[in-house]
Design a protein around this ligand. Sequence first.
Ligand SMILES: Cc1cc2nc3c(=O)[nH]c(=O)nc-3n(C[C@H](O)[C@H](O)[C@H](O)COP(=O)(O)OP(=O)(O)OC[C@H]3O[C@@H](n4cnc5c(N)ncnc54)[C@H](O)[C@@H]3O)c2cc1C
Length: 379
Amino acid sequence: MSLRVAIAGGGIAGLATAAALLRAGHRPQVFERREAGAPAGGAMMMWPNGMAALEALGVGARVHAGATAVREVEFRAQHGRALARWSLAELGHVHVVFRAALLQALRDALPCECVATGTAVVSARPRADAVEFTLDDGSHHVADALVACDGVHSRLRAQLFGAVPPPQLHQLAWLATVPHDDLVAIPHGVAIGSLGRGQRFCAARIDDARVFWYATVNATRRPSEPGVVALAQVFGDWHEPVAALVRAAEDPAVERVGPVELGELAPLRHWCRGRVTLLGDAAHACLPDLGQGAGQALHSAVVLAQCLGEGDDVATALQRYEQRRRRAVADVMRTSRLVASLSMSEAVHIASLRELVVGALLPTLGFPRIESIAAHARA
Ligand SMILES: Cc1cc2nc3c(=O)[nH]c(=O)nc-3n(C[C@H](O)[C@H](O)[C@H](O)COP(=O)(O)OP(=O)(O)OC[C@H]3O[C@@H](n4cnc5c(N)ncnc54)[C@H](O)[C@@H]3O)c2cc1C
């Protein structure tokens, strides 16, 4: 049966859900509150589970072509002492993917009429046989199901499930893509990660001309100035190439984003109410310390479309999607929090423990964990 599925939110989760449903023969309609072409900056890590989901959505080759493979991560302490070198070869390649390119690939998998921009969904009311929803122009609509992909501050989540604890703010992030030159030489295929107390800096070479970097600071250590220029206060005395990469982003011509607030939701007990469900950050915003938020949203989109194709009534199919995904995602959220509490700790004894963990424990314990997440995505 071909279902009419309304999707609130046209970020990674919403567009991926529409692409998955379209491939399964349904009729998705995305409503995105922002105008078309609103900027989406920076890049992200895409682990093999995210890449597997992109394959299933039919955009794997396109995203892969514009992505940069990372074969190795080199960790240092903030003054340059080498901590560890991880090979990612066993996991299959991890990729750096530009957010705008990922969104565009998902957008291009959909016919134009599938996405309405500049249109917010303001309320949804599940009935036994359909779901009614209202847009911000006051118009009322009906669909067979509604998927709320409206992000970490989801308005529909609050309406459907009442007051759940608000997302907790943990970190601030800045991202920039700067020219690659001799001062910031980073080999192809290598990402660097440098750890300070409550501060972290990661970078990866994109191509011959560019390096992408990503810096985080605990929210309690917010610099006095908001812009990227203030980061010199934080990272100015770090080892090279960190300090040079931060300075390079002071050029106004450089594409840069931040500060972005990074928070997480407490795991929810339910994602579904009748014919309405949550997906992506609306359901499970997690800290980006495992680089799994988008990967989990892509995976959920694939599972949701599978469940709706299994022949039950819509509400039962949505419940099954929740059963297949909720616990697995809660596990990823917990692991992300654990990694965040180690990698962003300000306590001296935790910083020493972290150096041990980064060198020895994470590759032996953490990689099998990522591998099992990836295997789950492939199943
Ligand atoms: C700095 C940073 C680094 C990250 N790094 C990684 C990484 O390396 N790897 C990884 O996998 N993940 C990473 N993530 C997480 C990843 O970006 C998110 O998990 C993912 O973008 C969530 O997508 P989403 O569509 O659920 O939410 P969003 O991207 O927030 O999209 C929600 C959309 O809904 C729209 N909207 C909101 N309300 C309404 C409404 N009422 N009606 C209609 N539209 C509405 C919004 O305008 C928005 O476009 C990172 C996140 C950040 C912030």
